[in-house]
Design a protein around this ligand. Structure first.
Ligand code: 4FV
Length: 247
């Protein structure tokens, strides 16, 4: 399974290094993912290569023109009509692990990066399949959001995380936060690693990890706990945690 990402942007150089390092860099070398940038300015038709204009009705800032974006999307879809087009915008669906997993089933994603006040509404009406937001804040451009999507989605591609690992084990898997992680030294300035983790008793270790994942989630993201499918054992562990909180 190979996944293709075509990134429509006015700043293709932003993608030169971040996606070439570490796990994603290796995934590209192994041909597991392919990342191409498409410069929207190359699809202007005037000699000044104008990509933005003032908003009808007045107001501050500039709006990205529809024609260059339409031609850019159509140039990619001419090679693959089934490519799925995503516009990164604060008005989009919040990105979360399940959405990233779903997007990873698409063999070819077109990621449209906005700039200025955003794109002409007719782009969203007729050229975009889905809108995604990486968070409730305003960026100067959609490029960083596109990188976040590529990173989160690529982790679901078999072989990207390395043979033994799968994104299925991650945080947010069945929507609990990760349990605490430790490594050598066993004692750092008097702060010791929990005994159970040094015990080699794997059932005790996984029970401890489940309990700590529940504790972290109840403390930091009770909203996630409300959505999690909890087993009877989980509920017993949560009672213990609540008792411990009051002792
Ligand atoms: C954004 C976000 C985001 C809005 C105006 C680009 C900027 C500018 N994209 N999640 N948050 N985009 O802030 O995806 O055009």
């Amino acid at each position: 399974m190979r996944m293709k990402f075509d990134i429509l942007t006015l700043f293709p150089n932003m993608f030169s290094s971040p996606l070439r390092e570490s796990i994603l860099g290796k995934a590209i070398e192994k041909g597991l993912i392919q990342i191409r940038t498409v410069n929207i300015r190359d699809f202007t038709s005037d000699k000044h290569q104008v990509v933005d204009d003032t908003p009808y009705g007045g107001g501050q800032g500039m709006v990205m023109k529809v024609e260059p974006i339409a031609r850019a999307i159509e140039s990619v879809k001419a090679q693959n009509p089934s490519a799925w087009t995503v516009y990164l915008t604060p008005q989009g669906k919040p990105l979360h692990q399940d959405l990233a997993r779903r997007l990873s089933t698409q063999p070819h994603l077109i990621l449209l990066c906005g700039r200025y006040e955003g794109v002409d509404e007719r782009v969203r009406e007729s050229l975009v399949d889905e809108e995604i937001s990486i968070g409730d804040y305003v960026l100067t451009g959609g490029e960083l959001a596109a990188m976040v999507v590529i990173d989160a989605v690529s982790r679901f591609i078999p072989g990207v995380l390395g043979s033994d690992r799968s994104a299925e084990e991650d945080s947010f898997y069945n929507s609990l936060l990760e349990y605490p992680q430790y490594t050598r030294p066993p004692n750092f300035r008097g702060h010791c690693v929990p005994e159970v983790l040094l015990s080699g008793n794997h059932s005790a270790i996984s029970l401890w990890r489940r309990k700590e994942a529940l504790r972290q989630t109840s403390l930091r993201r009770p909203d996630l706990l409300a959505k999690a499918e909890l087993t009877e054992e989980d509920k017993k562990l949560l009672e213990e945690i609540l008792k411990e909180n009051f002792n």
